[in-house]
Design a binder for this molecule. Structure first.
Ligand code: AMP
Length: 283
């Protein structure tokens, strides 16, 4: 595995890969790898000749009161995990390489950023779309792999790629969970043992919402209440939002039909966790 610190190195590496006729899969990340990240890397490697991973804690997607400074970082550990997953190139730039002095250009995706994380974290998706547009232009991969764990992010990037005609295929990948259902996240390291145990309520609550829909519930508000009530049984978990929406537009649904997204954000100790499930409603 090669490590690149500069955009120039990535471009030179990609030029050789293209000259060799290789297809390239790309996985953008903020590092502190877990099985969710490794799953994306292995899938990219299985479906493309070469796998490129970026490791960049992107300052523009964090709000002023958020955890940019203390976001977990361990380059040596990440590099060895990426290498074991078969990654060919690890691009780990400094902030100045991505946002040099005088940087002024941002990508704003409208509609699909309006609610959920877009409403809870103003400016977040502007940072995400901007860094992804830059990374897509730097790497110029054939395919880019994203986890459904960050479902709205996936929708934002799909929208941006369509709207800006970026020539890359987006590959959505299933959420990887711990054996007890907790969605894997770099932020799970913030959890104390009792909080880690309490956080399992999130997936149980999502499953109860899904099961209610599968059992015939078609009132979005009722499903939302079922999920909220289960989370409320766990005093260490503070719900920020529970939402039931159309899985494509992310707009709220009164009467459930088509593919439905149940999503949530909650505080557990100092950690802010998000999770979601999608359900296809039968006619
Ligand atoms: P991050 O490093 O948290 O920005 O995540 C990088 C990529 O990994 C994004 O596409 C995430 O959606 C994806 N990802 C993070 N956690 C998981 C998970 N538990 N399962 C699947 N994909 C994940």
């Amino acid at each position: 595995m090669q490590v690149a610190r500069t955009i120039r190195e990535v471009r030179a590496w990609m030029k050789l890969a293209r000259a060799d006729g290789k297809t390239v899969g790309f996985v953008p990340t903020m590092g502190y790898f877990h099985e969710g990240h490794l799953n994306l890397m292995r899938r990219a490697k299985a479906e493309c000749d070469l796998c490129v991973v970026s490791l960049f804690v992107n300052p523009t997607q964090f709000g002023p009161a958020e955890d940019f400074q203390r976001y977990p970082r361990d380059f040596a550990r990440d590099a060895s995990m990426a290498e074991s997953a078969g990654v060919d190139l690890l691009f780990a730039p400094e902030v100045e390489e991505m946002y040099p002095e005088g940087y002024q250009t941002y990508v704003d995706v409208a509609g699909v950023t309006r609610r959920l994380e877009g409403a809870a974290r103003p400016g977040h998706f502007r940072g995400v779309a901007t860094v992804c547009a830059k990374l897509f232009n730097i790497v110029q991969a054939d395919r880019v792999y994203f986890g459904k764990k960050d479902y709205q992010q996936l929708k934002v990037i799909q929208r941006m790629v369509r709207d800006l005609n970026i020539p890359v295929e987006i590959v959505p990948c299933e959420t990887v969970r711990e054996p007890d259902g907790l969605a894997m996240s770099s932020r799970n390291v913030y959890l104390k043992p009792v909080e880690r145990q309490a956080a399992t309520v999130l997936y149980r609550a999502l499953c109860a919402g899904r099961d209610a829909i599968l059992a015939g519930e078609r009132d979005g508000q009722k499903v939302q209440q079922i999920v909220e009530q289960i989370i409320a049984t766990e005093p260490l978990v503070k719900t920020e939002y529970v939402d039931v929406a159309d899985a494509e537009s992310l707009e709220p649904l009164k009467e459930l039909k088509g593919e439905v997204l149940i999503s949530l954000a909650a505080r557990v100790g100092v950690a802010r966790l998000i999770d979601n499930l999608t359900v296809v409603v039968s006619e």
